[in-house]
Design a protein around this ligand. Structure first.
Ligand code: AMP
Length: 189
């Protein structure tokens, strides 16, 4: 299975992605995690990405696209993958389409986690206190949500036209959301 998980910041997509990848045995690829790992190791990619991440901006498409292209060339994704946090812009959709076409692959499902903005802001402010994430103050959070509405919802619309989007309500206890996700993916436990 090749799938995407898309959701606004704070929707719990990272948590649900980890659970889906465990249950389905899919390699999970999170662009946010790859960037954070590079920031931690102070690689050139990390130094470049940090400027954008701290401001709540998207890392430029050229940088993100080539990173994903490299990652999808690895052997471990041959049998399937779960992409978490990519694509987020129209240009990234085009790039992913190109990568998949070059490898004669198609996407099976795009899972969208939904939640309203007020709930998301509250969750992210709580997470900021717990994890000390530098991209989690209220101004940056609102900016990231704005980018999601302006650019990433248009990405979901593109996949909607292809009839491969499944929407799941991301509000509620984590286990319940996981069960909703599994039901939506028609996975029986
Ligand atoms: P996430 O953990 O998915 O919320 O990603 C954290 C941050 O990494 C985002 O706010 C962006 O700055 C950057 N990032 C992650 N994925 C992408 C992407 N597909 N395109 C551009 N920037 C990204």
């Amino acid at each position: 299975m090749r799938m995407l998980i898309i959701g606004p910041p704070g929707s719990g997509k990272g948590t649900q992605a980890a659970r889906i990848s465990d249950r389905l045995g899919l390699v999970a690829i999170s662009t946010g995690d790859i960037f954070r790992d590079n920031v931690r190791r102070e690689t050139p990619l990390g130094v470049e990405a940090k400027k954008y991440m701290d401001a709540g901006d998207f890392v430029p498409d050229s940088v993100t696209n080539s990173m994903v292209r490299d990652r999808l060339a690895a052997d471990d994704v041959r049998e399937g993958f779960l992409l978490d946090g990519y694509p987020r812009t129209a240009a990234q959709v085009t790039e992913l389409d190109d990568i998949l076409r070059e490898n004669a692959l198609t996407l099976d499902v795009v899972l969208q986690l939904t939640a309203d903005d007020d709930e998301l802001v509250q969750r992210l402010l709580n997470r900021a206190v717990q994890d000390g994430r530098s991209d989690d103050n209220e101004k940056v959070i609102r900016h990231r949500l704005g980018l999601y509405h302006d650019q990433t919802e248009a990405v979901v619309s593109q996949y909607d036209e292809r009839r491969i989007v499944t929407k799941v309500d991301g509000i509620g206890p984590i286990d319940e959301v996981t069960e909703r996700v599994m039901a939506a993916l028609k996975v029986t436990s």
